[in-house]
Design a binder for this molecule. Structure first.
Ligand SMILES: *[C@@H]1O[C@H](CO)[C@@H](O)[C@H](O)[C@H]1NC(C)=O
Ligand SMILES: *[C@@H]1O[C@H](CO)[C@@H](O)[C@H](O)[C@H]1NC(C)=O
Length: 361
């Protein structure tokens, strides 16, 4: 059978690392299942994966994905199932991690935050400026919700944000980064939710959510992110707080519905200067088990159903459609946290090392 792989949109083709076969695949835009399975065996892959195949290799991370892989095995729709494997195999087994927890809470630069807040408040008043953003936001059938608005921040502020935040993300991740894009200010509205997902693996690797502001009467609305020890974290952001995260490594989303009129952040994405997106994508195809399209004969029946739409994951049987919400670690701004410092999964406040990046370039 033929598997239609997700479209290959390689921005940068690294010919040096690319086999002739791979070039052919890129041209055809699809990969035959027989070739894929041959390559799986040629690489001596095993399924279920060995403990040492997990990145990182620790029991929390392994059990998070061991459960998820078993849930994926029971997805009936084959397109959804292949997408679910692509995201989860990439996250669990292939993407390197750059930090210990995969996320951190820090402060955004004050001047930038104030300028963004002005643009936001002006934009909220003149609703003509706001554009509805439709893509990338699955709407749940049972709760039709208003789509998020987009407020443009202009080229100058955009460039400044990309440059200022890059230094912070480089200091945190320890790698030289290339900016992919900033999307402007996204404004979520009442009843919004964002299913758990990982971001575009080619270009959204090290990312930041700079929180600009929200309806003062709105209910607190957590950003949910899984860390590299398998814990589920709820992070509550206030104006000027910034979440740093490995966005195509750690599943994240906002599975709870927002109750309030507006909630707005700037999203900004980077990738490491030596990121080989084509190789990592092909490695992911080749790591999916050969019998992925069969139903397991002795499924783990106690596991909740996982439903996947494109890149969005949900577990309809659990509250907020995400079972990890039953047991979370909650984080909020600490008054002790200053600009240039970050807080992460062990609760320690550390200093960003601004001077230690870049020697490799
Ligand atoms: C990757 O994560 C593991 C577990 O958290 C950690 O021990 C390791 O140092 C991390 N790697 C990097 C480069 O930070
Ligand atoms: C948001 O929507 C919910 C459900 O329709 C409603 O109960 C609530 O009052 C709304 N909140 C605001 C701030 O509009």
């Amino acid at each position: 059978m033929m598997v239609t792989a997700p479209p290959f949109v390689g921005h940068r083709l690294h010919l040096a690392f690319t086999s002739l076969l791979l070039i052919l695949h890129l041209i055809l835009g699809q990969l035959s299942e027989d070739q894929r399975v041959d390559e799986y065996h040629a690489r001596n892959h095993q399924w279920p994966p060995l403990p040492s195949n997990y990145i990182p290799d620790n029991s929390g991370w392994r059990s998070l994905f061991d459960r998820r892989f078993q849930q994926i095995a029971q997805i009936p729709d084959l397109d959804a199932k292949y997408n679910a494997y692509m995201s989860s195999v990439h996250s669990a087994l292939l993407a390197p991690n750059f930090t210990e927890y995969g996320w951190a809470l820090t402060r955004g630069p004050d001047g930038l935050v104030q300028d963004l807040l002005h643009v936001l408040l002006d934009g909220l008043e003149s609703s003509e400026e706001a554009e509805v953003e439709i893509q990338q936001h699955p709407v749940s059938e049972e709760y039709p919700q208003e789509l998020p608005l987009m407020i443009s921040i202009g080229k100058k502020l955009n460039t400044r944000a990309m440059e200022e935040l890059k230094l912070i993300l480089e200091a945190w991740s320890g790698v030289k980064l290339i900016a992919n894009n900033a999307y402007g200010l996204r404004v979520y509205r009442n009843q919004s939710k964002l299913f758990m997902h990982i971001d575009e693996t080619s270009s959204h690797v090290i990312s930041a959510i700079l929180h600009v502001g929200h309806d003062p009467n709105g209910a607190p609305w957590p950003l949910v992110i899984e860390d590299l020890y398998g814990n589920t974290n709820e992070v509550y952001l206030e104006t000027g707080d910034m979440l740093l995260y490995e966005s195509s490594k750690c599943f994240h989303g906002r599975p709870k519905r927002y109750n309030g009129n507006w909630y707005s952040s700037l999203f900004i994405h980077y990738y490491p200067h030596d990121w080989d997106e084509d190789r990592i994508e092909m490695d992911t195809h080749y790591r999916i088990p050969p019998n992925w399209n069969e139903m397991p004969t002795n499924p783990e029946s106690h596991l909740e159903t996982l439903a996947v739409m494109e890149t969005s994951f949900k577990e309809p049987g659990c509250e907020h459609e995400w079972c990890g919400m039953k047991n979370t670690i909650k984080w909020e701004r600490s008054e002790r946290l200053e600009f240039g410092q970050f807080l992460s999964g062990d609760g320690e406040i550390r200093r960003l090392q601004f001077d230690e990046v870049g020697d490799e370039l």
